[in-house]
Ligand binder design. Structure first.
Ligand code: ADP
Ligand code: MG
Length: 707
């Protein structure tokens, strides 16, 4: 057989047949190099040994125990067997059970010491473990501390992955690997060679080594990401859109009952500069502005400009309710300006849809407002000029990708209600120019915010009742409950063990039932993520009509309608939410003439939780909160959530770089990418061939978002 190289197919490794090769291919592993870059998603930290006395029920961990009773095997029904033994450390005793592994009775002898890894069960003073893994322990020959846990698929097992990765590491030893990073970068940061780093990430001897390997791969990720974005920006520059002529905006402003804020004026100016740019590159811009900062007016101004230039414009919202709301707001404005605007939704009748599609095709309609479904339907524009997506806080890199052909030849504007810090915006929306609306329209009332604990419950219920008696409405938000799968593992990001959350989480369904008993006179409704969109819409609209006093829900209301009569927002287990999320939730109230409150309920006593919630009581400034959130919690809240997950839709995701720690490096990575591109714009030099193919592999994901 020919000598294997890094770009040889994994098929040549022993143990990889056709079937397994297919499973690996589905995981994106084709070559031996792909396999080497298949990093553990976590490690069992078996080097961290616990004491039985300090263990808690459900804990997964390592315990060094000495066998204290001879194993005894009993037959169970069928052909099952159960083998039992006891083992001790200085602090206590553990009952260990193995099922259908009667051979272990020959393995263990009284007085032998093993390192066990497994899940602790505690009942009173009884401590037990079922089928733990075990390794003989001796002071002289220390055991490895870390056991890699790989992402798996299909019938693959950890053992199998470890085996084929070891084989791949041997090939790496023979042929070495070229560095994709510029020499100057690797030197500046004293990075490990890629060969060493690969060896260590699969078999780290210590935290310190793992950290060094992590650092190298973090730079590889940041640099190739920066390169992909830089290349795609160059590509975007080739995009085309009509060059608009300037229009008189005073006519536009005159139909509003208020004047634009300075921030709105500035942002509108920025969009107009894009659209009138003589190079005809077209606008690709993101407007970030807090809830209520007046993004709609900026969107309308851009639409106005497109229409006055003889083009059509589309505005898309993430939900039908929001589309309707935009239509109600803007329909009136456009009518005064003589602009023909229509609404196209899933619930429009077939004949309405037909008429509207005809109108768009024949250009008897100037502006169309709808949901994203607008794009996937057979909607044709005669003269498309501008496409706006209002994403609220749902970042939809993928949705922009799906703009596809309809976006072609149009100006693109995206609006987001999460004021993301600039570094993060660079990542999420690297291909877009950024505008911030950093000023609120005058006369906004502050929402009074408090954090309380369980002892406040009765008074709070009284407060809800009082609001209802006065005709006001209340939102109550409970966290969605997720299974904790990764017990006992440490992540690549070295997150210190999460605060053990032993409190009972409030489940929305149970909560609503309890509340109905406590407050029998009130109309209490429930809304959660498992409901169909139509059902959610119905509940939401009924709440908007004032038919419901209290709406108990999961965060599905985050992207919600404007209900000015709602004056109280209660968030249960508030410590479970990111600050930016809490800020969004708080933004649901304080929208009308009445005084509004936000109550954050939490029994968490941890320092981090307490200081995070404190931020909420201290400021109303979304950007300030977003920065603090990034500092205290990392970028999780800013990245697409599980429902619309980037992971699911194949979007971009860092595997190693942790955005909260590494964003500061990102800008430097961009500088290096820029330098490389200046010297070799098409990445044709041999030393750039590695980064070229890597960056291009990102293109499939982010490259076609705009053009
Ligand atoms: P968002 O940025 O959340 O989309 P909207 O555009 O919906 O905010 O504006 C929120 C509210 O503020 C609306 O009722 C809108 O009419 C009002 N508004 C917008 N701009 C101004 C302004 N310059 N002065 C006063 N009120 C404004
Ligand atoms: Mg809005």
């Amino acid at each position: 057989m020919a000598e294997l190289k890094l770009d040889s197919s994994v098929r040549y490794l022993s143990g990889v047949g056709e079937k397994r090769a297919l499973i690996l291919a589905n995981m994106g592993i084709f070559t031996i190099k792909d396999l080497l870059y298949h990093f553990p998603r976590a490690y069992q930290h078996r080097g961290k040994v616990g004491l039985l006395r300090n263990s808690y029920n459900g804990e997964v961990g390592a315990f060094v125990l000495t066998v204290s009773s001879q194993p005894h095997t009993a037959a169970l029904k069928g052909r099952m067997t159960m083998t039992k033994l006891t083992a001790v450390d200085e602090s206590g005793k553990c009952n260990i059970t193995f099922f259908n592994q009667s051979y272990v009775s020959k393995v263990f002898n009284i007085g032998d010491t093993y390192r066990f890894w497994g899940k602790i069960q505690r009942k009173g003073n009884m401590i037990s473990m079922a089928s733990p893994s075990y390794e003989p322990w001796s002071e002289e020959k220390p055991l490895p501390e870390f056991y890699p846990i790989y992402p798996l698929s299909g019938s693959l097992t950890q053992k199998y992955m470890s085996k084929i990765i070891s084989a791949a590491l041997e090939i790496l030893e023979k042929c070495g690997i070229k560095d994709i990073l510029p020499e100057s970068l690797a030197e500046e940061h004293s990075l490990l060679s890629p060969r060493n780093a690969l060896r260590i990430i699969h078999d780290p001897g210590s935290y310190a080594m793992l950290e060094l390997a992590r650092k190298r791969f973090m730079w590889e990720e940041l640099y190739s990401f920066a390169m992909a974005i830089s290349l795609s920006k160059n590509k975007t520059k080739e995009a085309r859109a009509p060059v608009f002529s300037p229009v008189d905006m005073e006519e536009f402003y005159s139909v509003f009952p208020f004047s634009p804020t300075n921030a709105q004026r500035r942002v509108i100016g920025e969009t107009q500069a894009d659209m009138t740019d003589k190079r005809g590159i077209g606008m690709s811009r993101l407007i970030c502005g807090d809830v209520g900062s007046g993004k709609t007016m900026c969107a309308a101004a851009a639409m106005f400009m497109a229409v006055r230039n003889g083009y059509q414009a589309a505005l898309m919202a993430p939900t039908e309710i929001l589309a309707v709301q935009h239509y109600n707001d803007l329909g009136a404005v456009f009518a005064k300006l003589g602009i023909r605007c229509e609404l196209l939704c899933g619930s429009s009748t077939a004949s309405q849809k037909r008429i509207i599609k005809k109108g768009l095709k024949e250009h008897t309609i100037d502006c169309i407002i709808g949901t994203h479904a607008l794009l996937t339907r057979d909607v044709e524009f005669k003269k498309p000029g501008l496409i706006i997506t209002d994403e609220q806080h749902r970042f939809g890199v993928m949705q922009r990708a799906s703009l596809g052909d309809k976006g072609k030849g149009s100006h693109i504007l995206v609006m987001s209600a999460t004021p993301i810090p600039r570094t993060l915006a660079l990542i999420m929306y690297g291909d877009l120019a950024l505008s911030y609306i950093d000023e609120m329209p005058p006369g906004r009332k502050k929402v009074s915010t408090f954090t309380v604990d369980e002892s406040y419950r009765e008074r709070m219920n009284g407060f809800i009742e009082k609001q209802a008696k006065e005709g006001r409405q209340t939102y109550i938000v409970c966290p969605a409950i997720e299974a904790e799968e990764d017990e006992g593992l440490v992540g690549l990001d070295f997150e210190p063990e999460k605060e053990k959350n032993l409190q009972k989480l409030k489940n929305a369904t149970e909560y609503a039932d309890t509340l109905r008993k406590c407050l029998p006179g009130l109309n209490i409704s429930l809304m959660h993520g498992k409901m169909k969109p139509k059902e959610k819409d119905e509940v939401m609209q009924s709440f908007a009509r004032g038919e419901i006093d209290v709406l108990v829900s999961t965060t599905v209301i985050e992207v919600g309608v404007n209900v000015p009569n709602a004056t109280l927002m209660i968030v249960e287990n508030a410590e479970r939410f990111g600050l930016s999320q809490l800020h969004q939730l708080r933004g649901r109230v304080g929208r009308g003439a009445h005084k509004s409150w936000c109550i954050l309920v939490s029994d968490a006593k941890g320092q981090n939780a307490v200081s995070r919630l404190e931020v909420m009581t201290q400021t109303n400034d979304g950007l300030e909160i977003a920065k603090k959130d990034l500092e205290l919690r990392g970028p999780g809240d800013f990245l697409p959530d599980k429902e619309g997950s980037a992971r699911q839709s194949g979007g971009f995701e860092f595997r190693i770089a942790s955005l909260c720690d590494d964003t500061s490096h990102l800008e430097s990575a961009f500088e290096y990418a820029q330098k490389t591109l200046e010297a070799d714009p098409l990445l044709q030099r041999p030393e750039n061939s590695g980064i070229k193919s890597l960056a291009e592999s990102y293109f499939g994901i982010i490259g076609n978002t705009v053009n």
